[in-house]
Every structure is written in structure tokens, then in C-alpha cells.
Design a binder for this molecule. Structure first.
Ligand code: ATP
Length: 229
């Protein structure tokens, strides 16, 4: 994929590095030469320029890119100007970083499709790790629903999914089960453990010790799920 990252602060740099590691074609732009220098040799196109100067943006073939990320936080005016120029150029996918709620609202209002607030999002992630230690993964799929992963609570082991009745009791669906299955050798000794993902799981199947359950849950059920033992 071809991606441009405008603004090489901590977030923009970390993002550009990750994309380069994944073998994407990455253009990086910053007005600070020192920050751009760090990318020389890592990517073919590392540009020192003021991105609010639209003549620069016009020459880079940005409309053909799969995504352009605007990672300018402090200077809201520059961030907005760059986003508007990118929209005028016909860039298909713009992802912009916002410093705070006000900045995020402005970017959404001018039509940026995806606005991220990395500090806020990672703070929430760490808070979740503290508040909900049994929930090993959480992925918000709408404002009201999340997909969460938990180790199967002891009280569930040996019970059929149907009999747990989670859907009626809490509006929670088990959409998948991650399970280690033993692989036996000829002498019936355990040779290896294979991970299988049962999705959707059989409602008549039993939960086994060591299972990981993948749940689709409304946000209001998360506190309840975190209490399951
Ligand atoms: P961090 O990710 O470190 O939290 P931040 O959101 O605070 O960053 P800023 O300091 O606002 O980031 O800017 C990130 C980068 O964007 C800086 O390196 C800055 O030089 C660059 N930048 C700001 N304005 C422009 C511009 N008009 N053109 C090019 N680069 C710019």
C-alpha cells in the first residue's frame, strides 16, 4: 500500500516506522529537517516542507495513495488547512490526529473520515486493563457494542453454551471459542497442542477449561462480564 504521513512528532514517526516495517510504500513530510533526516534511507521519499503550502502537496501524487495521515496536533490551523487541501486534491482516505475534543470536532465537521486521538484511546485502553483484568482484548465495533475476549470463567466449564443462556440474561453472544486441542502420536501420547477457533460455536457444545471466549457484548454488559468467575 502507499501511505503518506504528514507530521513526524512521536505519533507520526511511530506510525511511519510501523508502516515501513510492514513493507508499505511510505512518504513522510515534516517542516522540521531533523525529524525528516531520521527517515532517510528507510523510505525513498522523505520531504522537508511546510504542508500548508498546497503547491508542495500537489506535486506528490497524494490522490493515488491508499491513505494520507495528518499527524499535526498542536497547530490546529495547520492541521485543518492541510486536511482541506487534501480533500480538494481528491485524496480518498484521510486519517487525522486530533489534540483534543475541540480539534476532533472541527476535523469531523470539515469532513475528515477518520479522526484519531491516540493519547485518549491508549489511556482508555490502559484504564480498561486496570478496571477489567479478566478481559484480555476489547475492540469497540460501534458506540454501543464491543467484541471482548475472556478466559472461560471456572463456573462456565462443563456447561453447554445453550444452558449458559447469556443472550437472554445479558444480551451477550459467544461468537467464537479459541481452544487448544491435543495432537496425539501413534502411542496416544500428546505430541503437540493445536489452537483451533470454533466460530460460530455449537450451542450444544460444552465450554472446556482453558478456552478463550470471544463475546459480542453491549457496553452495559462489560462490568458484568468482568465479574464472571
Ligand atoms: P506527538 O505525536 O509528538 O504528540 P503532536 O501532535 O504534539 O505530536 P505537533 O508537535 O503538533 O505534534 O506536530 C507534529 C509534527 O508535525 C512536528 O514534527 C511538526 O514539525 C510537524 N508540523 C507541524 N506543522 C507542520 C506543517 N505545517 N508542515 C509540516 N509539518 C508540520
Amino acid at each position: 500500500m502507499q501511505v503518506a504521513v504528514i507530521g513526524l512528532g512521536r505519533f507520526g514517526s511511530a506510525l511511519a516506522e510501523t508502516l515501513i516495517e510492514r513493507d508499505h510504500e511510505v512518504i513522510v513530510i515534516d517542516k522540521n529537517e531533523k525529524l525528516v533526516q531520521r527517515f532517510v534511507g528507510k523510505t525513498d521519499t522523505a520531504i522537508v516542507a511546510d504542508a500548508t503550502d498546497d503547491t508542495v502537496l500537489r506535486t506528490l501524487g497524494l490522490p493515488d495513495m491508499d491513505a494520507v495521515v495528518v499527524a499535526i496536533g498542536d497547530d490546529v490551523e495547520a492541521s485543518v488547512l492541510v486536511c482541506i487541501t487534501l480533500m480538494d486534491l481528491g485524496v480518498k482516505k484521510i486519517i487525522a490526529k486530533a489534540e483534543d475534543e475541540r480539534h476532533a470536532r472541527i476535523l469531523s465537521r470539515i469532513g475528515v473520515q477518520k479522526v484519531v486521538q491516540p493519547e485518549k484511546e491508549s489511556a482508555r485502553h490502559v484504564a480498561d486493563m486496570i478496571s477489567y483484568p479478566t478481559i484480555t482484548e476489547r475492540f469497540n465495533i460501534s458506540d454501543r457494542h464491543a467484541i471482548v475476549e475472556i478466559k472461560a470463567p471456572k463456573s462456565f466449564v462443563g456447561k453447554r453454551i445453550r444452558d449458559l443462556d447469556l443472550r437472554r440474561r445479558y444480551n451477550v453472544l459467544i461468537i467464537g471459542i479459541r481452544r487448544k486441542e491435543a495432537v496425539f502420536d501413534k502411542r496416544a501420547d500428546i505430541k503437540d497442542l493445536n489452537e483451533v477457533f470454533l466460530a460460530p460455536p455449537d450451542p450444544d457444545g460444552e465450554i472446556e477449561e482453558g478456552d478463550t471466549l470471544v463475546l459480542l457484548a453491549p457496553n452495559e454488559a462489560i462490568d458484568e462480564i468482568a465479574r464472571w468467575e
